[in-house]
Design a protein around this ligand. Structure first.
Ligand SMILES: [Zn+2]
Ligand SMILES: [Zn+2]
Length: 356
């Protein structure tokens, strides 16, 4: 049903990839119709994630759109403008977040298991099965639309939908407790910035790894207790120095590169946990099995988080315990935004305003 007050246009703007690469075409495309169990959402903001660039270049085999053209983007926030006839619990005007999982089957082993829904056997994921958030309107199953608490800025909500939720889950996966050390590499980016703030709010002692004075200052502002410069310092030596010679209890590897991951195995504390989040273009790394066994290290991957994690993240945001630094650009500026991300020239998160 379309309300009297909200007028849904027939067409909308979208940033279309007509070939693989960082160039896109701002194109007029139809506004989709919601299915019976879906919402149509007017996307006001979409965060730009490092993965978007990799998908545009087709360098991420797990996340390849099957056909050209396609629209990337997988963290959005907007307003419900139309409701499928079977949907309950939503009304037009509700504010919702859109994440990578657009629909999950609810019947497979992973949907049934708490927190594993991102691994659903037959999901609809943005980027692979469905066009993403670099457009003005999107449909989403009501189940996967994330209700946003009142008073929270939608522009700041967008980056919680991938970066915020993913890093929050990753911190939980380190199994660290308040007072323990957790190291985050690639700490000045979107995920890392969130991670440092969550770590502090969770009572963890965060050690940021990145490079340069600007990122040093940025990371300390986000809540890092120590900063290690991967370009000018020996990361392993410095890490041991700031953790009294024992290494951090947990490591979250955000940097989309393999060397920082290999270093993590050298400095992580005995029985510590390394959680892999960042996706390098070439996802192979060398693992010293002897070191892993004799130190009793756990290495694991994590993807996004659960809907419960997302609720918790939004509560952190609503309570003012985290406040992700964002830079707003127009949807039309997407190619420039992605290029800056690829060149590590972004502190915090770029969020696209879809009206510009
Ligand atoms: Zn992402
Ligand atoms: Zn499933």
């Amino acid at each position: 049903m379309v309300s009297d007050t909200i007028i849904v246009p027939k067409t909308q703007k979208a940033q279309l990839n007509c070939k693989f690469g960082l160039e896109t075409e701002l194109t007029e495309i139809p506004v989709p119709e919601p299915k019976d169990d879906e919402l149509l959402v007017h996307l006001l903001y979409s965060g730009v994630c490092h993965s978007d660039g990799s998908i545009m270049k087709n360098t991420m085999p797990m996340l390849t759109p099957s056909t050209l053209p396609f629209v990337v983007g997988h963290e959005g926030a907007g307003i419900v403008v139309q409701i499928g006839k079977e949907v309950t619990g939503f009304k037009e005007g509700d504010r919702v977040g859109i994440n990578f999982v657009n629909r999950s089957c609810q019947t497979c082993e992973f949907c049934k298991r708490t927190g594993a829904e991102a691994f659903c056997d037959s999901p609809t994921h943005l980027l692979t099965a469905k066009w993403g958030t670099f457009q003005q309107y999107i449909t989403v199953s009501a189940l996967q639309a994330q209700k946003i608490p009142d008073g929270v800025d939608l522009a700041k909500v967008a980056p919680t939908q991938c970066a915020g939720c993913t890093i929050y889950r990753a911190l939980k996966e380190t199994n660290t407790r308040p007072g323990q050390f957790v190291a985050i590499n690639g700490a000045a980016g979107g995920l890392g910035s969130f991670g440092l703030q969550f770590a502090k709010a969770m009572g963890l002692r965060a050690i940021a790894i990145d490079f340069g004075q600007a990122k040093h200052d940025h990371c300390l502002r986000q809540g890092a207790e120590f900063f290690i410069d991967a370009q000018t310092q020996n990361v392993v030596e410095e890490m041991l120095k700031v953790t009294n010679g024992c290494g951090p209890h947990g490591v979250v590897s955000v940097a989309p590169a393999t060397k920082p991951l290999e270093e993590a195995l050298l400095y992580v504390r005995k029985t510590g946990t390394i959680v892999m989040v960042g996706l390098p273009d070439d996802g192979k790394f060398t693992l010293d099995i002897n070191l892993m066994v004799f130190k009793g290290v756990t290495i694991k991957g994590t993807l996004l988080g659960s809907r419960e994690d997302m609720d918790e993240v939004l509560q952190f945001l609503a309570r003012g315990l985290i406040d992700i630094p964002i830079e707003i650009m127009g949807l039309s500026e997407l190619p420039n935004a992605v290029k800056r991300l690829e060149n590590c020239q972004v502190n915090g998160r770029i969020v696209l305003d879809t009206s510009k």
